[in-house]
Design a protein around this ligand. Structure first.
Ligand SMILES: Nc1ncnc2c1ncn2[C@@H]1O[C@H](COP(=O)(O)OP(=O)(O)OP(=O)(O)O)[C@@H](O)[C@H]1O
Ligand SMILES: [Zn+2]
Length: 827
């Protein structure tokens, strides 16, 4: 007998053993998607991870019910990667499967019911109520029906009870419908019926026949001009796209073509077409010629990669790192291998994809979470079948079915959006890229103008190769950064709301000269909160412990954690006064002030609120690119990777807020963000200007940003990290404890904390502590931070103990309704 280990999408950290029925014996392979029954008469799609002959000792395994495909969707090295993720990030392999496999390849999660295979209606009539009998008879006809239809069939509101009874009687099964969500994109095409294509004589007859039907004759002539069957009759086989035939060039009458099809002159057929219209073969360009500095950097990178597996490409903003990546990718393609180009957010993808498309054409595939299920499956298959040799995508593309990967580029490697937060697996894409590369013996290039401290540290330690690029492309210079003392300006009465005279002046002048500007304020909404001017009461979210942010549109206050919205109160709930005012500054307010002081400029805004719809992000950037917007106001979204020739001025409205995040990475993030946003100015031609407004002009971090002094920033920061035992000198694991009651969370966190102190030692445990925002969506939170040494510690054992402590806490009766989530390497 043969058995299969099957990975199921459930949060239980193991695979499950099933029998391979003899009739399926030859069909089941590792990586196959199979259908199995699991637990309470539920069915799931799982992935076969192993085939063996060892019968489980403690239970009788159930059979695999069905194999859902001929060629496995998943390859062995992917399963290895999933297992690694599960072990390292302390989650179940099923949770990894859940994010790794596009949902188009999973069964629809909507439940369906069907008759239990062992249940025979006629033999069990007396068991069934009238209503149950009605449903069963229906099922006998229809095989399976969606749960949601049951109510309709029985003409009752809530069918739950009936279904529950039938399940208990083992009369029906609840399943996840075996329905392939994947739908290829089809195109309607037209060709000449075979008889005319093969025999030129019959074509002559046809022309005679049509000589009196002008429109039909026209159609035939057009067809022959598009499909040269007299030169090669085989061309008829592919025909022509119906849309093109009817509408491109001289338009045809659809009804005449319809008649001809009915009369058997033409025939219609369908063909699957690629979903991505990348066929730009005619617009393809050779990759750009590198500048001497770029060439040198490319050489260093290649040299570095011959000695090490990873090379850190540290090139200042606008230095042309992308062009160096292009060269590296090009040689991968020429060798017939695969390359993965990772970007932190899809936000960055549209400009980049356009750039890459013209060089790589059809071998370039795209993969990210805003894609539809179908699009993602198509990319998945394209990688599997070898059509796409290059993938541009966000972190989830690490899970694609690569077979011959030889290069991974991680662009903007410092970016925190490489880290996945909820749900598990909470993996760091940049780090996982290194693991994936290792499995494929591939090389990795980490690129950034502001490398993460971790990566730079490893380059300093000679674990990574290093290639620097310290000049901008094409004679452009880094912008001049001016630090403006907002407090002093206020005293001198030179502030208008949040704008200094210098900032307003340069924005005005820049617009007059026909150039564009970017204004950065890292807060969306209008104002962070509203308050009563008399008693200082502040409206907060009913489900989260946060102040509600004021949004001027619709005059609402909103919670940025759970989405709760309400109207701005006219009177104070606490003292009844009507003096409500807004406090602080968000992008909406910057936009509004700008319109007041510079009424003639065209202002655009780019933040989470203006980019919710699928294409709005692209739309705003296109407007900016085409010069319909003079000044673009935005949050951190505008800081990254954008490349616009015409931007001369960048304004940072308030640089201070970033310094005060209660996070050991606050300074690192601030340095990166300020440098990146500054780097959008003056990328072509004349040197740009950055106005950095602050209350603390003497803050040394700002001086380092202004001098573009990464090295001194690094030296100071790494010293602090070492002194206070933070990464890269230690490894952090954060536990978040959640429950609906504050006391319960508190008690459970203390219990867990004590176990961890006992097992891992006091000095490795920080907390438990309530986080700054201690209630989100009605759950009270507490956190424990575990600091583990980088070396000389058995990491596996330590993780085992953490797992054990969490289990043990969960076993305690009072803590049944307490949840703990684990975040390895939190960010
Ligand atoms: N060899 C080249 N030939 C022509 N144009 C180039 C070349 N190298 C760079 N450029 C142009 O210079 C600009 C900056 O390059 P790129 O966007 O690659 O910079 P970057 O290093 O990625 O900067 P950032 O880190 O700020 O995103 C782009 O418009 C790019 O097209
Ligand atoms: Zn809320």
């Amino acid at each position: 007998m043969k058995f299969a280990e099957v990975i199921l999408p459930v949060p239980i950290p193991k695979s499950f053993c099933y029998v391979i029925p003899s009739q399926l014996d030859l069909e089941v392979l590792v990586g196959h998607r199979v259908l199995v029954e699991f637990g309470n008469r539920k069915m799931y799609t799982g992935i076969v991870s192993e085939i063996h002959e060892t019968e489980p000792e403690k239970y009788i395994p159930k059979p695999i019910l069905e194999v859902l495909e001929v060629e496995p969707s998943v390859n062995a090295s992917q399963i290895k990667l999933w297992q690694w993720v599960a072990d390292y990030y302390m989650c179940s392999i099923g949770e990894v499967l859940n994010v790794a496999l596009p949902s188009g390849l999973k069964l629809s999660s909507q439940s369906y019911i069907q008759i239990h295979p062992h249940f025979i209606i006629e033999e069990n009539l007396e068991q069934l109520s009238d209503r149950e009998f009605t449903l069963m008879s229906y099922l006998e006809k229809e095989q399976t029906i969606p749960y949601t239809q049951v109510g309709e069939i029985l003409e009752i509101k809530s069918p739950y009870k009936t279904i529950k009874n039938l399940i208990e009687k083992e009369a029906i099964l609840l399943i996840e419908k075996i329905k392939e969500r994947y739908k290829p994109k089809m195109e309607k095409r037209i060709r000449l019926s075979q008889q005319y294509a093969d025999q030129p004589d019959s074509l002559d007859d046809l022309f005679k026949l049509l000589s009196k039907r002008q429109k039909q004759e026209d159609a035939l002539l057009k067809y022959l001009s598009l499909v040269p069957i007299h030169e090669d009759y085989l061309t008829n086989f592919h025909g022509v796209a119906k849309r093109e035939f009817l509408h491109v060039g001289r338009p045809l009458s659809p009804s005449s073509v319809g008649t001809m099809t009915k009369n058997g002159i033409f025939e219609e057929f369908e063909r699957q077409i690629p979903r991505f219209e990348l066929s730009v073969a005619d617009k393809m360009q050779p990759t750009p010629v590198l500048s001497p500095a770029q060439k040198e950097c490319l050489q260093k990178t290649i040299q570095g990669l011959s000695e090490k597996n990873v090379c850190l490409l540290h090139g200042i903003t606008g230095s042309g790192k992308t062009e160096i990546y292009l060269q590296l990718i090009k040689s991968v393609i020429e060798n017939g291998e695969q390359a993965l180009f990772l970007i932190p957010e899809i936000a960055l993808s549209s400009q980049l994809v356009k750039r890459l498309k013209v060089y790589f054409g059809d071998v370039l595939g795209i993969y990210h979470s805003k894609f539809s299920d179908n699009e993602r499956v198509e990319t998945w298959k394209g990688v599997q079948e070898g059509q796409f040799q290059v993938i541009v995508g966000t972190r989830s593309s690490l899970f694609l079915p690569f077979s011959d990967l030889s290069l991974i580029i991680v662009d903007e490697e410092h970016d925190s959006s490489y880290k996945a937060n909820d749900p598990a697996p909470r993996y760091q894409g940049r780090d996982l890229a290194l693991v994936l590369a290792h499995m494929h013996h591939a090389k990795v290039v980490l690129g950034s103008a502001t490398p993460s401290l971790e990566s730079f540290y490893l380059a300093v330690k000679n674990k990574y190769a290093y290639a620097g690029l310290h000049e901008r492309f094409g004679d452009a210079q880094l912008p001049e950064i001016k630090i403006i003392d907002v407090k002093a300006k206020r005293k001198q009465k030179k502030m208008k709301d949040d704008f200094s005279d210098d900032l307003l002046h340069i924005l005005h002048q820049n617009t007059e000269q026909g150039y564009q500007s970017i204004l950065f304020q890292n807060r969306r909404g209008y104002s962070p909160y509203v308050t009563c001017d008399v008693c200082n009461w502040v409206p907060t979210c009913p489900s989260c412990n946060v102040k509600l942010t004021y949004h001027i549109y619709r005059n609402e206050i909103r919670c940025h954690y759970c989405g709760h919205k309400e109207h701005v109160p006219h009177t104070c709930v606490s003292c009844g006064s009507t003096e409500m005012k807004t406090v602080g500054l968000g992008t909406q307010k910057v936009e509004e002030e700008l319109k007041t002081y510079l009424p003639e400029v065209r202002v655009g805004r780019l933040d989470l609120d203006t980019t919710r719809r699928k294409h709005s992000y692209d739309q705003i950037l296109t407007d900016f690119e085409q010069g319909h917007i003079d000044i673009l106001v935005g949050t951190q979204m505008i800081t990254k990777g954008l490349d616009f020739d015409n931007v001369r001025v960048v304004g940072i409205i308030n640089a201070d807020t970033m310094l005060y995040f209660p996070d050991f990475r606050a300074h690192e993030r601030a340095f990166q963000m300020l440098t990146q946003v500054s780097g959008r100015a003056g990328r072509r031609g004349e040197t740009g200007t950055v106005i950095l407004q602050t209350q603390q002009p003497s803050e040394t971090l700002f001086a380092k940003v202004a001098r573009n002094d990464y090295h001194n920033f690094y030296r100071k920061e790494i010293k602090d990290r070492e002194q206070y035992h933070y990464p890269p000198f230690t490894r952090l694991i954060k536990l978040t404890i959640r429950s609906e009651k504050q006391d319960l969370t508190h008690d459970a966190a203390n219990y867990l904390g004590r176990l961890l102190v006992n097992w891992l030692g006091q000095k490795r445990i920080l907390g438990p502590q309530e986080p700054g925002i201690n209630k989100i969506r009605n759950y009270y939170l507490s956190e424990i931070l575990i600091k583990l040494e980088r070396e000389g510690i058995d990491l596996k054992k330590a993780k085992g103990l953490i797992q054990k402590a969490i289990y043990q806490q969960k076993e305690e009766k009072p803590f049944k309704r307490v949840w703990v989530s684990i975040d390895v390497d939190p960010q």
